[in-house]
Write a protein of this length. Structure first.
Length: 136
C-alpha cells in the first residue's frame, strides 16, 4: 500500500494519504480547505545502496574535488557529505560534531602553539568513548 502525496491548488496545501492499490481513493478532499480537486504530487524517494556501493562511492577521488585542506569550512562541508553517505553509521550527532569542530578550529585560528600549551588555557578534554578522537 503506497503513501501518496497530494497538492491542493486552492490553498497550496500538501498532504499524504495511505492508498490501497494505485488509484486515487474516492472522495479524496484536502484536509485543510475541503477542496476535492487535489492533484497527486511527485514525491522524493530514496534508494538503498549496498555496503559495497557505499564504500566505492566514498573511495571515488571525485568526492575530494574542490576540497581545500587549509580551509576548515571546506573540510566541514566534506565531512558533512561523508556523514550523509555513511548514514546511521556516522551517528545522529555527526553534523553537530562537525559544526563543533569547525567552531573550535575557527576560534583557534591565529594561535601558533597547540591548544592549551603555555597560553593559560586549560588542557583539552580527553575524547569521550563515542567520539572519533578528532578533538584531541
Amino acid at each position: 500500500m503506497p503513501i501518496y502525496e497530494y497538492l491542493c491548488p486552492t490553498c497550496n496545501g500538501t498532504f499524504q494519504k495511505l492508498v490501497r492499490g494505485f488509484q486515487d481513493p474516492e472522495g479524496l478532499n484536502c484536509p485543510r480547505c475541503g477542496n476535492s480537486e487535489v492533484q497527486r504530487a511527485v514525491s522524493r524517494f530514496a534508494t538503498l545502496k549496498s555496503e559495497e556501493a557505499r564504500m566505492e562511492a566514498l573511495a571515488d577521488p571525485s568526492t575530494l574535488a574542490g576540497l581545500d585542506e587549509s580551509d576548515p569550512r571546506s573540510i566541514a562541508r566534506w565531512a558533512k557529505r561523508l556523514g550523509k553517505e555513511l548514514g546511521e553509521e556516522a551517528g545522529e550527532d555527526w553534523d553537530e560534531m562537525v559544526e563543533q569542530m569547525l567552531d573550535e578550529e575557527l576560534a583557534g585560528e591565529g594561535n601558533t602553539g597547540e591548544e592549551g600549551e603555555g597560553e593559560g588555557k586549560p588542557a583539552p578534554a580527553r575524547a569521550k568513548p563515542h567520539d572519533l578522537g578528532w578533538g584531541d
